[in-house]
Design a protein. Sequence first.
Length: 183
Amino acid sequence: MTTDTVATGCYKYLLTGNEGGPFTTITSLLGSFPEDDPIPANAGQPWLFTGDLLVDIGNTSAVALVLSDHGGWQAPQRMGTERFRRLRVDLYVDPLRDVSYDVTETSSLTEDRGMDVFRALQSLLHRRDNDAIIWGDMVTTGCMLLTEPEFIQMGSASGNQMSSQTASAYYGVSFSGWTDAVA
């Protein structure tokens, strides 16, 4: 029986890759914890999270991703074990800033940086075949984009101090997590 959700399974998949190493096409685009982080397990880890954004992205000029299980997207077959869950991907993008934390790029350039991360993620997640790919302990047989991200400003602030952006995209993930064979 599977214990991973689509969020935790995808998280493990992106960090371990399919060749035993992380997908640096994604992880290199994200912010990361400093090497001297007080929590040794965080040191150097990319800002890729499940469920909650665990960093304050403001004034970092960085990008973070949060993966969440967001319900179903299709009813399962009556006589099968395949399931259909929705993966929510939240992108958080802080604009480039100078040493005084003043924004040095337009909101459209900030959005472009977020879309670069989304395009890299899309190239890894959206599948055009039914090959089985392991996400944690889930046997996924499909993943397709359900909705495109649309960036919006996070909150409001005076002056030029905060204009981080966020967007959500949704994927439909097909998986079994176990085999249909009877032991």
